[in-house]
Design a protein around this ligand. Structure first.
Ligand SMILES: [Zn+2]
Ligand SMILES: [Zn+2]
Length: 152
């Protein structure tokens, strides 16, 4: 029996829609200054999916910046209502990091808070969850490398 997982996401006005046919590889809360500046939020809660599981329908505004690894990451928002919806990460084989609060049906279960060295002063991170000052911890990097690149 094959089970097809389908999750969708859309912007505030509904002009930009995503369809996702797989479960996320990782789920992270990112406090880096790029995420904060480009999303307009104090931090970004994102679920990371393989690129071949994701498709988008609608006009986007795209902003590309260099990630910490030196490769590109591109932030996409709806061209109409400007809602930030997803980020594509070249360093993760083009993975789509989708804003978790926009996904439905979906329950966000963050595995770590990353880039806490750049977090907003008034943001409190709950206790009992992994946090790192910069990149994700080694065990999650391993999961991402094998999940997105298909190698160990
Ligand atoms: Zn929109
Ligand atoms: Zn970030």
């Amino acid at each position: 029996m094959t089970e097809t997982t389908t999750t969708s996401a859309h912007c505030q006005c509904g002009a930009l829609k995503l369809r996702i046919t797989d479960v996320p590889v990782v789920q992270l809360v990112c406090h880096c200054s790029d995420c904060r500046n480009l999303s307009g939020m104090p931090y970004v809660e994102a679920a990371f999916f393989k690129s071949d599981a994701c498709s988008a329908d609608g006009k986007v505004d795209a902003t590309t910046v260099k990630g910490s690894t030196g490769s590109d990451k591109t932030y996409y928002s709806c061209a109409v209502c400007k809602t930030p919806l997803y980020v594509r990460v070249t360093a993760l084989n083009g993975a789509w990091a989708v804003m978790a609060d926009r996904l439905s049906p979906f329950t966000f279960k963050p595995q770590a808070h990353i880039w806490t060295s750049q977090k907003a002063d008034d943001v409190q991170i709950p206790t009992g969850i992994t946090q790192t000052p910069e990149r994700p911890p080694k065990e999650l990097v391993d999961v991402m490398v094998s999940g997105f690149w298909g190698r160990k």
